[in-house]
Every structure is written in C-alpha cells, then in structure tokens.
Design a protein around this ligand. Structure first.
Ligand code: GCB
Length: 742
C-alpha cells in the first residue's frame, strides 16, 4: 500500500544575490513586491533546496524492497527543474497544475533535492500578459509518495490514476458509471463503490496498464448543486497474486446538465440559472501561498453570498478548492491561463496545461466546462494562427472529455461575427460598460443584439465589475469615482438586467475579492485590482456584496449600506438597505421613521442635523450605522483623481446649441472643427495605452461602439494622468465655441 507524507518542511530558499533563508512551503517570493504596485516585482530564477537522509524518513527506510518514491508538487510557478543529487529528474512548465516526479533511481542514503523555479518573462509559457501578478515560488504543497513496484499511475499529466465518467438517466433514476484506472503491473483491479443500498463491486482484468469497467447505480442519489451535493466515492485496489498492493480512491457526483440558448442552464432537468462570481486565489500578505485554511475561508464566503457558480479564473486552482466546490454544490468554470496575448511559441504549453487541467479535474462534478482562453484578442489580432490554435485546443478538449462543453471569455471589442466565437461550444463576454467606458445600458444592448443575431448560440456574461475603495464615498456616485456607492449603483443595474435575461447561461461578477495587479495604480491603491465585492484581506465586505447576498442567499438578513460613509454635507440624505426580507423598517435615533416593502433594495430619505443613529429592522434581523451632518464634504472620502473630472460640469452650466464634452464621440467626429479638437486628445490617450491600443485601432465594432459614447465618458476612461481636469475644462471651452448646425 502507498504512504503519503508532507514534504513541506525544512527547505532552504536561495534567491540570487541574497542570503539563503529557511522556509516552510507553501512559499512565494512575491508576497510583498507582487502586491505593492510599480509593476516591478522580482521575476527570475530562484532555488529551493532540501536535504534529507533516508534513515530519517520513516516512509523511506520502512518501505519494502522494490518500492518507488515520488514527489508530488501541487503548484510551482511558473517553470520548475527538479534535481536530486545532481541528476535532473524533471522539467515542468506551467505554474498552476500538479506534477509528480519519480525520485527512486536517484535516491541515496543522504540526499540533496533542489528545485529551480523560474517566473521570468518568456514567449512560451502562459500567462505572460494579464493584470494579475505572476507570483513565483513553490506555492502549494509538496508531498512524498512511496508506492510498491506495482502501483497506480502517478506521473502522466499529474493524473489521479482513476477516471470516473457517470452518465445519468434521469427518467430511470440511474447512472451508468464508467471507471478506468491506469497502472504499472498488477493483474487485476478491484473497484468498489459503496451506495446507500449496499455496495457495488467489480473485479476487472488489467490489460497493458489499463483497466475499465462499468457499473449501473440504480436509485442514483444525484449531485444536485446547492440543494444536495451528494458525492460517491470509488475505491480501486491493484491486485497481485490475489492481494491488494496499492489503493486509490476518487469522489464523483452523478448529475446531468444541459445548456439552452434561450433558457440557460438546467441541472438534473430543472432550470438552474448560474449566477455567481469569479475568484483569483491570492490574498494580501500571503500572495498565492495558501493553506487549506484560506481555501475554506473563501468557500465560507461563497456560501454566505449564496452564489451557485464560480469562475475559477484565470488558471488552474488548487485541487483542494475544486474539492470544496464539489462538497458545497458550486458549479465551476475551469480554465487555463491562455490570456490577453496569443504567443506563436505558446501552443505546446497551452495544450499541455489543458491536458493537465482536464486530467486532474475530470472527476469533479462541480466542473461543467473547460475555458480555452480569456480576452485573447485584447492585445492580439485574430490571425489564422490564433484561430488554428483555438480549433486544435478545442478538438483536443473534446477528445479528452466528451461530457463537457468548451467555452471562451471574449473581450468587448471582439466583433460579434468574429470567426473565433463559434470555435468553442459556448461564448461568453467580459463587458465593462459603465466602468471603463460607455454607459451601463450598453451591457444589455450588447447582449440583446448578440442574442437577436444568433438566437441559436449560447451566450454568457463571464466578467463585469467596477472598482471600489472602501475609503471613498459619495452621495452623487459617478462612474470612475472608485466610491463604494458607485460600485452599488453599477451592480444594482447589472443584477437587474441579468435577472431579466434568462438566456445568459452563466454570469460571473469580476471579482469576489480584490487581488494583486502589481502594474495598477488607481483608486487610491497601488498594485490592486479593486473590483472585488470583498477587499484583498478576504474579510472586509463592501456594500455591493450584500446586494448579491440579498438576491441569492436564503439566509434572512438586513444590511445597512454606507457604514463607512459617516460625514455627509447634505441636509437630507439617502439611507439604503439591502435585504432579502419582504419589508424593512427604519429607525432614526430610536424613533420609527418608515416601513418599506419591496425586494432587495430599500431606500429611505432622512433629514440630518447632527449625529444620528440609524437602525434598519426586519423581524429579528437588524443593522445599525451612524451618519453625521457636516458643513463641508469630508475630503478623505473623495478620490483625488478621476473624481474631479467626473463632477466637472453639470449639463445646466453648458451653453445650449453649442458642442460640449457631453456630446457623443461620433457626433463630434462628424464636424471637422470639433473633430480636430477631439482627434488631438484621442491620439494622446491612445499613445499612453501603448500595445493594447495598437491592437484595437482597426476594429470596426470598437469604432462603432466608441461613436455611441459621450466624449466625457471617454475622457474619464483616459484618466487624469492623460487628461487632467484643467485640460478637460479647456477642451470643453473650445467645444462650446462651436455652434451646432440647424
Ligand atoms: C478583464 C480581464 C481580467 C481583468 C479585468 C479588469 O477583462 O479578464 O483579468 O482583471 O478585465 O479588471 O480589467
């Protein structure tokens, strides 16, 4: 039988030009510099070393003769060379999948194990371009596995050695389950599945290292999402001369799903609209070096939110986390880091990462699709090479797995008729109208247009979000102000339009948590993408979190928004409550003010004169906050950047009949005089965005979309560094000199 022990302790970490330090895995060398902004975190090659004597490792010196010894690496970013006693045993490319190495033939009495780890830039291993930090290190567990000479396969693509394919017949309440194993040696494999009625058992002949059998589970207990995520466990024993020598097991779930272009996702024959969030794995102070504790905490938050789906972006997550999704009934979109920029030399790596993803995640009932790529046209043109790589990876997914569809997440500027879209079984779009650019309504317009054009194609919403820093607040929230309140306005709109569109097969908020994006410097924080519903500590929940909780969770609660927004300069102020209760009563300074009935969003207007205690109550559920009337707005609530541009003019201040920044970009480009003013400023903005802008210049859909936007919203997107508030004023002054025709 096999023995598995943790090999996380007693490593030495050597970074070039620095003294060696002792470390315990998991470890990343970018926990600090990968999160502090400046896009200057260290990317290079560092070495981890561990010395061990066979005599000190029980699992080794107690192992019977002929045993084989493997090391399992659950995640080493981004490439790894594993050397034992000077012999190079493995080279692995890809920072997010499990790989295992056979140490046996290089083992000595005293051992020196080194893992050389590299996260430097190259043109071969995905990801190379994205906003998130590409942490380096042995950031997941390492374990030592000792198996007999005859054992289940451990090395090939990091396989669990066992593959379970349940095929559910809902009408008969049966599942036809195919179980396969791969092994070295052994003559027979014994397969056992305990059921509620007893157990199913098969003796299977092992031929050329492969054994396969099928079992019909009658009265099958379904894996039914959040309602009842029931898991079966299958055990496989490898038998030699009538005796079991190795044993493995896998959990699986029996479920059926279909995806309808008009009605969306169905689980086990019932409509089950997928509504949830995306997750990146990292956390403040820890980087990507997590333990099961952090994974469990994240899952607890997902449960509190009531989401029924997660997009585990933009790479393979820890196996422990897919396990948690299985156990909690969360439907998962799994993907590889083929992202933002296509690389001519990247195909082999994209294929091998996909092979590992499917091999390692195949048995998880939570996983329902394989994501081929994310916004791959954001900075690459749609070339024949890019199309062919997608076709090949797509075919490859189907060969490996005939039970799950493939999916892609497209950038907003990818034309709806692009030949890239029909390659995958399902298309989804990442749209940020109402945040980076454009108006909120353009989100639903986009999808309705797509759905009208292609009513037979499945379409989904793979990303949408708005950044919010919980330090910033406003009673007149505006796009680009980074306030907690604008994030609420944005998501209130998005929640509504999503609920009105059952054809969206899956929707995922970007993102559940703020995450490290070392190249970013915006909204008052360096190095973070702040589109999370929860801050980077994975603890501080922003108000928008409770909007979705009110929509999705069945746990009754009331949440008073704006607890961090205490000082307010207006005489009457709005108090907003998110709740899944039917009515909410507001008390101010202990006095009952008003009861409102409704759904999810309850707003009250109250006069303020001094400091007031506000309380929202529904039955036994209550929440409290304080508001204080102040003479002047509290400066610390205002993001000193784009916010100034946002509130620069009110429509009433403008001269009617003359052009202004409020006009549509397309309209301004039609008049030669205004086009000259606008053109100059757009050239400057585009130059500052460099490479990404380059790829979008000749994009018809993008040009059309831009034409429909107000020039003001484009200026907001360009940001204060490119167009400072004074410049906005002088552009507007210039436009106000030019009279509109007719
Ligand atoms: C995207 C990317 C994601 C970014 C996000 C953003 O479309 O897929 O990686 O973090 O936009 O916040 O800009």
């Amino acid at each position: 039988m096999r023995t598995t022990i943790s090999f996380n302790d007693n490593w030495t970490f050597n970074k070039p030009c620095e003294a060696a330090v002792p470390v315990t895995l998991p470890h990343t060398w970018n926990a600090i510099d990968g999160q502090d902004g400046g896009n200057d975190y260290w990317r290079g090659t560092a070495t981890y070393e561990k010395r061990f004597r066979q005599a000190d490792v029980g699992a080794l010196h107690e192992a019977p003769a002929g045993s084989r010894v493997f090391l399992a690496f659950d995640g080493v970013a981004m490439t790894a060379d594993v050397t034992l006693n000077g012999k190079l045993l493995a080279h692995h490319e890809g920072g997010y999948a499990t790989f295992r190495v056979d140490l046996t033939d290089a083992l000595e009495a005293e051992n020196r194990l080194t893992v050389s780890v590299d996260n430097s830039a190259n043109d071969r291993v995905y990801p190379q371009m994205a906003d998130f930090t590409f942490y380096g290190g042995i950031y997941r567990d390492v374990s030592l596995i000792v198996v007999p000479a005859q054992h289940f396969e451990l090395v090939k693509d990091g396989t669990p050695g066992i593959k379970v394919t349940p095929n559910v017949h809902l009408k008969d309440r049966e599942a036809y389950v195919v179980v396969e194993t791969w092994q070295t040696g052994g003559s027979e494999v014994w397969i056992e599945i305990p059921t509620e009625q007893g157990k199913e058992f098969r003796r299977v002949e092992a031929r050329s290292g492969h054994a396969v059998t099928s079992i019909i589970l009658k009265n099958v207990h379904l894996w039914d999402g959040l309602n009842d995520p029931y898991l079966y466990t299958v055990t496989a024993k490898l038998v030699k001369n009538g005796e079991a020598v190795d044993e493995i097991s896998a959990r699986f779930g029996c479920r059926e799903f279909i995806i309808d272009p008009e009605k969306g996702f169905f689980l086990n024959g019932r409509s089950y609209p997928l509504r949830g969030v995306s997750r990146h794995q990292d956390r403040i102070g820890l980087g990507n070096a997590l333990t099961i504790k952090e994974h469990e905490e994240d899952m607890a938050v997902v449960r509190e939110l009531g989401a029924n789906t997660l997009r585990l972006a933009h790479y393979q997550h820890a196996q422990e986390f897919y396990d948690l999704c299985d156990e909690n009934g969360i439907i998962v979109w799994a993907e590889i880091p083929y992202i933002t920029k296509h690389m001519t030399n990247g195909k082999a790596n994209a294929v091998s990462q996909m092979k590992e993803l499917i091999t390692q995640c195949y048995n998880h009932p939570s996983v329902v699709c394989w994501g081929l790529s994310n916004e791959i046209t954001a900075s690459s043109p749609v070339t024949e090479e890019l199309l062919q790589d997608h076709r090949d990876i797509n075919d490859f997914c189907h060969e490996m797995d005939s039970t799950r569809p493939t999916v892609m997440a497209h950038a907003f500027m990818l034309e709806k008729d692009s030949p890239l879209i029909p390659i995958a079984d399902i298309a989804s779009y990442n749209l940020y109208f109402g945040w980076y650019l454009g108006e909120l309504e353009q989100n639903e317009q986009f999808f309705d247009e797509y759905h009208a054009l292609y009513p037979d194609r499945v379409i989904g919403f793979s990303e949408y979000g708005a950044d919010a820093n919980t330090a910033f607040h406003s009673s007149r929230p505006e796009q680009g102000d980074y306030s907690e309140e604008y994030q609420c306005v944005y998501h209130e709109h998005m929640l509504k339009i999503i609920e009105e569109r059952p054809y969206l097969w899956a929707t995922h908020v970007w993102n559940l948590f703020d995450f490290a994006a070392d190249g970013r410097d915006e909204g008052g924080k360096k190095g973070e993408n702040q589109k999370g519903l929860i801050e980077f500590d994975h603890k501080t929940k922003k108000d928008a979190f409770y909007l979705y909780k009110a929509a999705w969770s069945k746990e009754p609660f009331v949440h008073l928004c704006g607890k961090r927004y205490i000082d307010r300069a207006e005489d009457t102020t709005e108090i907003k409550v998110y709740s899944n209760c039917e009515s909410v009563t507001l008390f101010v300074d202990g006095k009952e003010l008003e009861t409102k009935s409704g759904k999810i969003i309850f707003t009250f207007t109250i006069p303020i004169t001094g400091e007031h205690m506000v309380e929202a109550v529904s039955g036994e559920f209550r929440d409290q906050s304080t508001v204080r009337k102040v003479e002047k707005p509290n400066e610390s609530y205002i993001f000193g950047g784009a916010g100034n541009v946002v509130n620069w003019f009110d429509k009433e201040d403008l001269k009617p009949g003359y052009y202004s920044i409020k006009d549509k970009f397309g309209e301004l480009m039609r008049n030669p005089a205004t086009a000259a003013i606008v053109g100059r400023i757009m050239a400057k903005a585009s130059a500052s965005r460099g490479e990404v802008a380059e790829g979008t210049r000749d994009n018809k859909a993008l040009q059309q979309m831009l034409a429909g936007l107000s020039f003001e919203s484009l200026l907001k997107k360009a940001g204060v560094n490119v167009v400072p508030p004074e410049a906005v004023k002088s552009i507007n002054d210039a436009l106000q000199q030019i009279k509109k025709e007719n």
